[in-house]
Design a binder for this molecule. Sequence first.
Ligand code: ASP
Length: 435
Amino acid sequence: MKVVKFGGSSLADSTQLKKVKDIIFADSDRKYIVVSAPGKGVNNNHKVTDLLAMCHQLSDHDLNFNEVYRIIEDIYKNIVDDLGLAIDIDAILAEVKEEITNGASYDFVVSRGEYMSARVLASFIGYDFVDAKDLITFNDGILDLERSQADIKDILAKHDRAVIPGFYGQENGEIMTFSRGGSDVTGSVIASAVDCKMYENFTDVSGFLVADPRIVKNPKPIGTITYKELRELSYMGANVLHEEAIFPLRDKNIPINIKNTNKPDKPGTLIVSNCDVKNKNILTGITGKRDFTSITLEKVNMNSEKDFFRKLTTVFESNDISIEHMPSGIDTVSVLVADSYITPKLNKVLEELQIYLDIDSLSWERDISLIAVVGRGMINEKGVSARTFTALAKEGVNIKMISQGSSELNIIIGIETQDFERAIRSIYDEFYGEK
Ligand code: ASP
């Protein structure tokens, strides 16, 4: 059995819904279908979730939201008309509109995109509609995985095939949503609860690419990637899948297949717990993140001061700043932090470091970028860093910082932001270029 999730662009209009139906019917294992709200399509430039959020905001300020709501109505009505469905979409749309007018909560309002999307698809393919509010439960705003899995098991046992709205559940009877993009998480929780053999996540790209196509021309697709590798890559900004979608599946060894609704025959990317298959290119992915600041502290004999690092991290913690990396030498340590955290507090942090750590000197540097070179194939493979750094040297990229994760799954390289794209391209060419 497979649980299949379709993203917003797969549900944007009737043409897309027909593709979705073909995909579902092409494999009788595709029993539980999770859907997003309609996303941007050929004839509309708006995501339904964004429009619903606007309606809620307008209504909250006692402003008329008719004009925005009409766009939402058109999207669903066009789909239902084009497909000739029997569902009374007018009544459903009118009900949602009334709830917005009557002051429904933000979470309730934005969840209605998925709700209506699932009602429409269920009617189109003849599957049962099962409401996510009966399946997914939150506790203090956090997913209650155990309770949700138990409820899903119980309820879905009564439905051989069903369409389920993604993105939301309930807490104490009130509708509550995941963060944006959260339908991926719904799909993953359901997949884990029913112990399916595969969670398929259909979107508008054929899986992950080795590098960002805006930087590298025609990067190769990633065929197979492990959960751990994906964590390293997603953390650095590759966002095809909501990062919380991994956790419910990881422990159960259920693979995720990212596939493209518009090119369903392409294999896409398979995400697995463990993979013995060697990647001949060694690296699985190359990614990066811009906009970091590096603060360097110098103090002779700092290593012998037992509380030095505790005091150092306390300054950042008390300023609510996450530390990204902390490479150190005998008498120096650098702290890398995202500009978004440090910029408004830089002077305060520098002052506190000076006061609490009594350091010899302090400097900082902006415009640092981090590059993550990730690959399960690096473990025990000699020469990976040599090749990486030689490629960077040939391009004249100055390396500011190097850190290799202890799992030997990744190498993080700090460089100047002006070199960011060149650096990624040169590493890609070294491992994936035509030789
Ligand atoms: N519709 C929601 C969003 O746009 C959730 C989702 O699509 O996963 O974020």
